[in-house]
Design a protein around this ligand. Structure first.
Ligand SMILES: [Zn+2]
Length: 473
């Protein structure tokens, strides 16, 4: 990047960091190690959902210094107020920890003949504006590009959530995947992506011997593995076997002996009997081995009829380019696709059954956009759907926050509102414990103590996502 462009970019960033006059900001070092001006922040009034208890509490005061929470729920002294940016909340405003989307695809398939590819220029703004401050992309098509986007964000050159890079898919989901790879090949691959900065790995369409090698090597690097698994059919892996290999997390379906290894998994899972012994056995295996489960309940809905929660509270179609918007209008009307529809309901009941058995859940959207919905907004759809399964709202909010932080190994510094943690927060209008849909009303977002106006972030992305022949090179 040229220095002229860097200067322009810095001015642009300063303009988006709202309400903080440049001259008034003190020099500081953000918690992510980036050195740039940062003002102390005080949040007074309103309410807190800290993700440590099961209800909201009145906020007596929050103090953020250098991106970190130095005081939570105590009166802030006049001395601490000096030079600080003071945010006074109304009685109908609630502060929550930032959302973790641990299946946060940046990729999209847009336009006729569009190829699924990662969009990391404007999609980060959409995530952050929705209070999603941490994302695990769960399989990247352009891992170099995604890594560069994360580096720009970490360096303060681009605005977006934290990106915990997954690197490329391990398995047939990767274009050009070598089905005949040896363990040594897998080890080399893992070493390479660990060196490049991958924070955890995602397998999809992986053979048992490859998954075993991936888990073994990733763990030597202190990195975790999650996977989209199958029944065992055609050299795929059942979650039961993956858990015995030591996998850390599993996506979408629990698997186990209810699946027939001579048949593909998903049609069978759509009919899963949660009262069966086989189901209870696999649930018990997840619980006893502390394997986290990321249900992505809303994922099948993107291919079938719309379910409860799939309304537009902001018409997110406007963020796509006019060309993409025109293309979306040419698509056939949505209709029930029986297999996806029944999978959605199966995911709802299996998720609740795992929760009831004491299993650890996370929130993942798995929304590779096709021009109608965007994953940042869909985080609120998934959160709402967790509650539709029967999970209490406070528990769902913890799943969306602290459990995500645990899944990514960062619960010591993120995931709750507690003294000493990084100030990744969002403010909503309306009590989210009383009505989970209130998380959609995002008023303000903080990441490492930097304050963002969601409206300004969204305005930056309007009309920008997707191919456009008129786009400047
Ligand atoms: Zn996915």
């Amino acid at each position: 990047m040229t220095s002229v462009w860097r200067t322009i970019r810095s001015a642009y960033l300063a303009a988006v960091l709202i309400g903080v006059p440049l001259a008034a900001r003190g020099q500081g070092t953000a918690a992510n190690g980036v050195s740039w001006p940062q003002q102390n922040v005080v949040i007074r009034g309103g309410w807190l959902f800290t993700s440590t208890g099961n209800d909201v509490i009145r906020n007596r005061g929050v103090l953020i210094v250098a991106g970190r929470l130095l005081a939570v729920d105590r009166p802030i002294t006049p001395a601490e107020m000096v030079g600080a940016r003071v945010i006074d909340l109304r009685d109908d405003q609630y502060v929550l920890p930032g959302i973790f989307d641990v299946h946060a695809h940046y990729n999209m398939t847009l336009g006729a003949g569009g190829v699924r590819s990662d969009e990391y220029t404007y999609n980060p703004l959409i995530f952050l504006a929705n209070g999603v401050t941490s994302t695990f992309p769960a399989g990247e098509y352009d891992p170099e590009g995604m890594m560069a986007a994360r580096q720009r964000i970490d360096a303060g050159e681009q605005i977006g959530p934290r990106i915990y890079n997954s690197g490329p898919y391990f398995g047939t989901a990767r274009r050009g995947w070598n089905q005949n790879a040896t363990s040594a090949d897998i080890y080399r691959d893992v070493d390479e992506w660990a060196a490049k900065g991958a924070r955890a790995f995602k397998a999809k369409g992986i053979a048992p011997q490859h998954l075993r090698a991936l888990i073994e090597r990733a763990h030597l690097h202190g990195l975790t593995v999650t996977a989209h698994l199958e029944s065992g059919f055609r050299n795929t892996t059942n979650a039961r076997d993956a858990i015995l290999m030591g996998i850390d997390r599993v996506e979408h379906i629990l698997g186990g002996d209810q699946l027939d290894s001579n048949k593909t998994a998903y049609p069978l899972w759509s009919m899963v009997d949660t009262s069966s012994k086989q189901f209870k056995d696999i649930v018990q295996l997840f619980v006893s081995r502390h394997v986290m489960f990321d249900p992505t309940i809303t994922a099948p809905v993107y291919f079938s009829q719309l379910q409860d929660g799939f309304d537009y509270w902001i018409d997110e179609r406007k963020f796509f380019t006019p060309e993409v918007q025109a293309w979306v209008k040419t698509k056939p009307a949505r209709h029930v696709v029986a297999s996806w529809d029944s999978l959605y309901w199966a995911m709802r009941r299996t998720t609740k059954a795992l929760y009831d058995a004491g299993g650890q859940l996370t929130l993942g959207t798995d929304n590779p956009s096709t021009g109608e919905f965007l994953a940042g907004f869909s985080a609120h759809r998934e959160l709402h759907t967790l509650v539709l399964t029967g999970i209490p709202t406070a528990a769902a909010l913890k799943i969306a926050t602290i459990n995500g932080a645990r899944a990514l190994g960062v619960s010591d510094k993120l995931g709750t509102i507690e003294v000493g943690k990084l100030a990744d927060l969002f403010v909503v209008r309306g009590n989210p414990v009383r009505d989970i849909k209130n998380t959609r009303n995002v008023q303000l977002v903080l990441k490492s103590g930097f304050v963002y106006d969601p409206k300004e972030l969204l305005a930056q992305a309007e009309g920008k996502i997707g191919p456009s022949p008129r786009r400047d090179p």
